[in-house]
Design a protein around this ligand. Structure first.
Ligand code: NDP
Length: 283
């Protein structure tokens, strides 16, 4: 007979603006679905308290924690080591307690890659990616490590676009170029994968990307990172052009699946997590 156990294993998240982050609901849905005595605690942590929060997690034997805005870079010196892609990106969104050491990983790009792989393997494919912020950096590095043939970063500002292109060229084998997004962009015909990694569409499902929609062809796989709402104008336009599309929920859910695997060793059921998110976003 199973012995009684009144102590839950703990994981959670440190961020500012934590009340707007639905990850807790999704991860706890997975814990419940699999009958795990684990809890995920969403913590509001200002920058000057981050070191204390990490110390607290160590003291209480937390099994890991996610990092969100504004802690993804600042947490690095507080950890005991970094995974490969997190080291290249210089950003951590998931710390994992491995034998008492907190190792920093980045699941943003890995979550994206996992949902992309359900449709297409990026190895040998040419990619056009809009955006050069945190999400784009994570996605660009994972696509490069997964063997993408080339990556064109299309970004409004060179100030963010250039460093990302430099990073990809210097630290990965995927050749990257910057296309400044100062006029309507036409997707080159030979493109296999198109990604919106900007925040356009967040909170407004009708916000358009400044692209020539007719340059999207049925041979292209088109992905968006936006989760709220997941049904973006960009994806609707792509669908109408005959493209296979991937919404941002897949990336978010797969980040959760990867985080749960890192922390618990369990392969969580993504369907249970998607159901919870869809319930939240339907409201
Ligand atoms: P950042 O603020 O770091 O980057 C925003 C990017 O969007 C920049 O490249 C910026 O260009 C570009 N951008 C914003 N507005 C415009 C505009 N009007 N025209 C052209 N470009 C624009 O944000 P993040 O990278 O952290 O996040 C981006 C999005 O990804 C967010 O909406 C976030 O919710 C989503 N996300 C989704 C995840 C998921 O699991 N599905 C995970 C992580 C993020 P510029 O450099 O010129 O300012």
């Amino acid at each position: 007979m199973a012995s009684r156990d009144f102590r839950s294993e703990l994981v959670g998240s440190f961020s500012e603006g934590s009340n707007g982050n639905p990850t807790v609901a999704m991860i706890e849905a997975a814990f419940r679905h699999h009958g795990l005595n684990w809890r995920y605690v969403n913590c509001e942590v200002p920058p000057e308290r981050l070191a204390d929060a990490v110390k607290g997690a160590r003291a209480m034997g937390w099994r890991g924690f996610n990092l969100s805005i504004p802690h993804k870079v600042a947490v690095i010196p507080l950890l005991d080591g970094l995974g490969e892609s997190a080291a290249i990106m210089g950003a951590v969104n998931c710390a994992v307690n491995r034998d008492g050491k907190f190792i920093g990983e980045n699941t943003d790009g890995k979550g994206f890659l996992k949902s992309l792989l359900e449709v297409v393997d990026p190895r040998g494919r040419s990619v056009v990616m809009f955006g050069a912020g945190g999400a784009a950096r994570a996605i660009g590095v994972e696509l490069a490590l997964a063997g993408a043939r080339s990556i064109t970063v299309v970004n409004r500002s060179a100030a963010r676009g250039q460093p990302l292109v430099k990073l990809l060229n210097e630290k990965t084998h995927a050749p990257a170029t910057l296309a400044l997004w100062d006029k309507t962009y036409a997707i080159p015909k030979a493109t296999d994968i198109v990604v919106n990694a900007t925040s356009i569409g967040l909170g407004n499902g009708n916000a358009p990307l400044d692209i020539d929609v007719s340059s999207l062809t049925p041979a292209m796989v088109v992905a968006d990172v936006i989760v709220d709402p997941p049904d973006t104008r960009f994806l609707r336009d792509a669908k109408a052009q005959g493209c296979i599309t991937i919404d941002g929920l897949g990336m978010l859910i797969n980040q959760g699946v990867i985080g749960v695997k890192y922390w618990t060793g369990l392969d969580a059921d993504p369907a249970a997590m998607r159901r919870k998110l869809e319930e939240i976003f339907a409201k």
